[in-house]
Each structure stands twice: as structure tokens, then as C-alpha cells.
Ligand binder design. Structure first.
Ligand code: FAD
Length: 580
């Protein structure tokens, strides 16, 4: 049964599996399949991927391909609840995501190094080779790129990866030039040479599609389809619920059950070299807790014996937050056709490239950034962190506070994201300072996770959003766009004071752009971290986490490209460590 690249789908044929593999990967999503591909190159080592979802020929968000999770009620956002978007399908969230394919700016990755210790290699320079290894760029059409000022530089990408970024072949509406030119003249605005250069500013950006058929590029198309390796196996519909350890605390096997059939007894498969956890930021903490790794106090409440007391499991949870619409209309209709919000068609269609302004707080708010930075610097973390935080975890947040109060003053920092396609639009706070929790419900460790963004528990997050709204207002009403007499529809010109804007923002903020990170953070143990610089779980042997949960802090960009780069780096670390 292992003579071919096996896709055991739907019928849970666990009897086809071997009892032992060199590597077992938990979760066949974005990071899991990237690492799976790299470790099976050359055919020498056997590897099994255990994936909860199924192979699916359709892509995009649909119930079959998404976990069904609603967040906890958010008291600071008028008690609203929110859909928690994550993929459960072979390819994971890379199959259902919005395909905006960006990376963060240099200071955001350099922060990971500062939060990792003096010998850390997790900074911009340490990750750039892996962005290059992981992603191939299809440049824009030369004529269109010259006409619309699409600067790009292929040196920030590689040539061999089968995960693609493309600007696509469509032609933007001519009016986009006016949006571009007006933004380019905003005080302090910069224009980087490429969206992937690690520099903040105004740029056209690529999407995760191939550059010929304009079909979605995912971890499945890039790291599974067409490989046909006898040593690279996957079982779908398999829900992992435990990792087992020997007395030496070495991860030795993985237990899973059928996703649908509770009558099937659990199966245990052995891993000779490593167990690799790639179940994403929401479910990686669950599998750790089910395995006895997490806050000892909590594990006792679940009657689970403690393998390793790691209070950080499920904490430090972060996501981008946004307001979907700062709405304007033109008082004087511009000539010619106007840009519309583009649906990045996942089934293959060339759509025009899209424009974004990704800017730091000194550009967003030249007046207030210094005061905001000071307020954050002097804040008592205990005033907003969860009551369960230990001394170590509070110390870890203090370290983040030290780094981020500096980054408030950093111009080359992607703190605000404005996707530009018309009058007004959506705005994002890419660096919320509140920290959420992702934990199983009190009475049942095996039930679906509870997701609590704890949005705006740090009130500075709302202050930042207000400054971003004011930046949008300046852009719409004080830039060259004013010749078209823009009229603000919401929040509306009657909403003027900071307090009134804060009030409005609390009604409007959505605490997730489907970019959850941080719940098994790469930070020192004495700062509440869960994995070390080699992404190995503190205190244990041969258990490595490779998904978005390891990011100690958010990057100011959509997350998938960074997940690919981190997984590429993780694969090299695992190879070096396990005598690959
Ligand atoms: C709706 C949506 C829109 C997004 N938009 C964008 C965008 O436009 N651009 C961008 O760059 N990023 C976007 N993202 C985010 C990005 O896709 C994710 O950050 C990234 O894919 C996460 O990768 P991962 O490997 O951490 O997790 P995933 O890719 O989610 O993989 C985790 C895998 O583990 C499996 N799993 C979970 N629990 C178990 C278990 N117990 N046993 C076995 N398997 C399990 C899941 O089924 C899943 O396949 C979006 C995400 C979503 C959901």
C-alpha cells in the first residue's frame, strides 16, 4: 500500500498505514505540507501527514472547508461575537484565504530576534533566504507596470518554488493613478522598490496565484500535487488528539481518531525521528494540552497528567483588527471608469493588480505617535493581560512592550494597512497590543476551542484606530483627491471628537482578519514562550511546531507568505537536527 504517493481520503483507511514513520506531521495545511515536501525530497525518509480535512477540488470559504467556530463575546466591542475563519481541508487555510500575498517590514521580523535572544537568527536577514526559497514571482506586464508605477524587484523572490506570487495580467482602472498619486504625496509617504523588500509604504502587491492560468497557488499545489513520492503519505479525516512521550520526554508517537466515526477506535502511529505540529494557531494549543503540555494548573482541572508545565500554551493570541468601511462618495463624479473592489477569483481569472498603503505610526499620526508610544511604554501590563498570566508571561509581555514602544516611533513599520480601490475603504490596525486566549472549554478538553480575542482590552488599540481614521480623512479631503469633492458617509462629518470616533470604532471594529498567531510563541521559557529558537517545544525532545502559532508578535502583512518562509526555515532546522 505504500508503493505510491498515497492519498487516503474520506474512508479513513488507517489499516493502510505503516505502524512507524521517520516523521509524522500533524496538520496538512500551509506549513505542514511545506515541511512535508522538504523532508521527503530525495526519497530517503518516510513521512506521514495526518490531516483533519479532506482533499477538495473546490477552493474558497465554504462550510465543508472551514472549522465552525464563533468567538467569545467581546465586551469592549459592544458584546459582539465574530466568525473565526480557518481552513480544514488539505492545504489548510491556503485553500480558503483571500490570496493577498504580502510580507511584513524589516523591524517586524527583527522584533522576533529581539524577543528571542542574542543568537537568534529569526530576523529579516535570517528569513529573506527562505522567502526566496519559498516563493516564485511572476512579474507584471511591462507596459502596465510602466503605466501604473508598479515597482517590483525579483531579487526578493526565488525561481524554483512551486508556490507563486503574481501581479496578474489585468489592467487597473485608469482612476487608480489618481489614488496612487494622491497617496504618494501624503507627508512622510515612501515608495519601496517591491512589496517584498521589507520596506513600508505605498505599493502594488501580488496575489498567490500562478502567472499563467491565474489559479490559486496553495500549499497543496506547491507541496503535494504532482510529487508522487512513495515516502510522502497523507491520511485525511484523521483528528489527532494526543502526542505520546517516553520517560525521556521524547515525542515517540501520535494518536488520532476518525473525524466522523466515533465507533472507530483510536490509532497510534510511531515517529522514529520527529513529531511536527502544524495544526495552526487555534488547534496546535489544543493538541498540546491534550498531550499534557500547557499551564499545569489548567491541565489538572482537565485531569490530564502534566508532561511539561508551559503556561504560554494558548496565550499571547493576536490577530489583525479592521474596520471594513470608512465610506465616502465623490461629490463630483470623475471622468472615466472607476475602480471597484476586486474579487480575487480563486477559480482562475486574471484580475487587475491591487494597491495598498502600508505605513508606520509616524506617518499615520505625526501629531500623536509620540504620545501613544509613551502611553504604551508606561502602561502596567497587569492592567489588561488575562488574570491567569504568570510572572514569566508578564515579563514576556514587558519585553514585547519594550520593543513595540520603540516601533511606535519607527516609520518603516507596517502598522496601518489601507487597501486602495475607491473613495474610502477598509482600514486595519496590524499591531494590536491586546492579547487574547485560545483554550478548550472548561468542561471538555476535546470539544472545539473557545477563541477570545480580548479585543481592545488594551485601550490603546482603539486610540490607534482613531488615528488611522483621521489619516484616511486627511487623505480623502486634504490631498489631490479633494477636486472630486469627496463626501464622508461613515463615520460621517458629524463625528468629530476623538471620543466620538472611539465610540464609533467600538461599534465597527472586527478583531480578526483571519490571521491568528502567537499561541505557541517562539520566546524564551522565562518569558512565557512555548518553543525555542529551533521551534522545539521547551523541555521536550523531538517535538517541533512549524505553523503560525510560533510567531511571537504579528507581522504587518497578511500571514501566509510568512508562514511559508518560516516553514522553509523550520524544514532546514529539522533536517540539520535529525541527521536527514
Ligand atoms: C478566510 C481566510 C482568509 C485569509 N486571507 C489571507 C490572505 O488574503 N493572505 C494571506 O497571506 N493570508 C490569509 N489568511 C491567513 C493564512 O492563510 C494563514 O495564516 C496560514 O495559511 C496559516 O497556516 P498554518 O500552517 O498555520 O495553518 P493552516 O494552513 O490553517 O493549517 C492547519 C491544518 O491543520 C489541520 N488540523 C487542525 N486540527 C487538526 C487535528 N486535530 N488533527 C489533524 N489536523 C488538524 C487543519 O485542518 C488545517 O488543514 C487567511 C486565512 C483565512 C482562513
Amino acid at each position: 500500500p505504500h508503493s505510491q504517493h498515497s492519498q487516503h481520503d474520506e474512508d479513513y483507511p488507517s489499516q493502510l498505514l505503516a505502524t512507524e514513520y521517520d516523521y509524522i506531521i500533524i496538520g496538512g495545511g500551509t506549513s505542514g505540507l511545506t515541511v512535508g515536501d522538504r523532508l521527503t525530497e530525495g526519497g530517503k525518509h518516510s513521512l506521514l501527514v495526518l490531516e483533519y480535512g479532506y482533499f477538495d477540488t473546490q477552493v474558497n470559504m465554504a462550510p465543508r472547508r472551514m472549522f465552525n467556530i464563533t468567538s467569545e463575546m467581546q465586551p469592549n466591542l459592544r458584546n459582539r461575537t465574530f466568525q473565526v475563519g480557518i481552513g480544514c481541508v488539505v492545504g489548510g487555510s491556503s485553500i480558503v484565504n483571500g490570496q493577498v500575498f504580502l510580507r511584513g517590514s524589516k523591524p517586524e521580523y527583527d522584533a522576533w530576534k529581539e524577543l528571542g535572544g542574542p543568537n537568534s537568527t529569526w530576523d529579516w536577514n535570517g528569513l529573506l533566504p527562505y522567502f526566496r526559497k519559498g516563493i516564485t514571482l511572476s512579474p507584471p506586464d511591462p507596459e502596465i507596470s510602466a503605466e501604473f508605477n508598479m515597482s517590483y524587484n525579483s531579487k526578493y523572490y526565488g525561481k524554483d518554488a512551486r508556490v507563486y506570487a503574481t501581479f496578474s495580467g489585468g489592467r487597473p482602472e485608469p482612476f487608480m493613478k489618481n489614488l496612487y498619486n494622491a497617496m504618494a504625496k501624503m507627508p512622510g509617504m515612501t515608495i519601496p522598490e517591491d512589496s517584498g523588500s521589507g520596506e513600508a509604504g505605498l505599493y502594488w502587491y501580488p496575489i498567490s496565484q500562478d502567472g499563467t492560468e491565474f489559479k490559486r497557488s496553495s500549499s497543496r499545489t506547491g507541496h503535494w500535487d504532482g510529487l508522487n513520492r512513495a515516502n510522502y503519505e497523507m491520511l485525511t479525516g484523521a483528528k489527532v488528539n494526543k502526542i505520546n512521550f517516553n520517560s525521556d520526554k521524547k515525542a515517540i508517537s501520535v494518536q488520532f481518531i476518525s473525524r466522523n466515526d466515533s465507533t472507530v477506535p483510536p490509532v497510534t502511529t510511531k515517529a522514529r525521528k520527529q513529531v511536527i505540529l502544524a495544526a495552526g494557531s487555534i488547534h496546535t494549543p489544543q493538541i498540546l494540552l491534550q498531550s499534557g503540555i500547557g499551564p499545569a494548573k489548567l491541565l489538572k482541572e482537565y485531569n490530564i497528567s502534566v508532561v511539561e508545565d508551559l503556561p504560554g500554551v494558548g496565550s499571547n493570541f493576536q490577530d489583525h483588527s479592521y474596520i471594513p468601511q470608512i465610506a465616502y462618495k465623490w461629490g463630483i463624479t470623475p471622468n472615466g471608469s472607476l475602480p471597484k473592489r476586486q474579487d480575487r477569483n480563486p477559480w482562475g481569472k486574471s484580475v487587475p493588480p491591487t494597491l495598498a498603503a502600508m505605513i508606520g505610526m509616524p506617518v499615520v499620526s505625526p501629531e500623536k505617535y509620540e504620545a501613544l508610544s509613551k502611553a504604551f511604554e508606561n502602561q502596567d501590563p497587569a492592567s489588561h493581560l488575562p488574570a491567569t498570566y504568570t510572572k514569566d508571561q508578564i515579563e514576556g509581555y514587558k519585553q514585547q512592550q519594550k520593543v513595540y514602544s520603540k516601533l511606535f516611533r519607527e516609520k518603516n513599520m507596517q502598522w496601518n494597512e489601507m487597501m486602495m480601490f475607491g473613495p474610502g475603504g477598509s482600514i486595519q490596525n496590524l499591531h494590536p497590543l491586546s492579547r487574547g486566549l485560545v483554550l478548550p472549554p472548561k468542561n471538555d478538553l476535546n470539544a472545539e476551542m473557545t477563541v477570545d480575542y480580548r479585543a481592545a482590552t488594551n485601550a490603546i488599540d482603539v486610540d490607534v484606530m482613531v488615528e488611522i481614521i483621521k489619516f484616511m480623512r486627511r487623505y480623502m479631503t486634504e490631498s489631490d483627491l479633494k477636486v472630486w469633492a469627496p463626501e464622508e458617509l461613515s463615520p460621517g462629518v458629524a463625528v468629530t471628537s476623538d471620543n466620538a470616533l472611539k465610540d464609533w470604532a467600538r461599534d465597527m471594529i472586527n478583531p480578526s482578519v483571519y490571521h491568528p498567531v502567537g499561541t505557541a510563541a517562539k520566546m524564551p521559557r522565562e518569558w512565557g514562550g512555548v518553543v525555542d529558537e529551533e521551534l522545539a517545544v521547551h523541555g521536550l525532545k523531538d517535538l517541533t511546531i512549524v505553523d503560525a502559532s510560533i510567531m511571537p508578535t504579528l507581522i504587518g502583512a497578511t500571514t501566509s507568505m510568512t508562514v511559508y518562509a518560516c516553514a522553509e526555515k523550520a524544514a532546514d532546522i529539522i533536517k540539520a537536527k535529525t541527521g536527514w
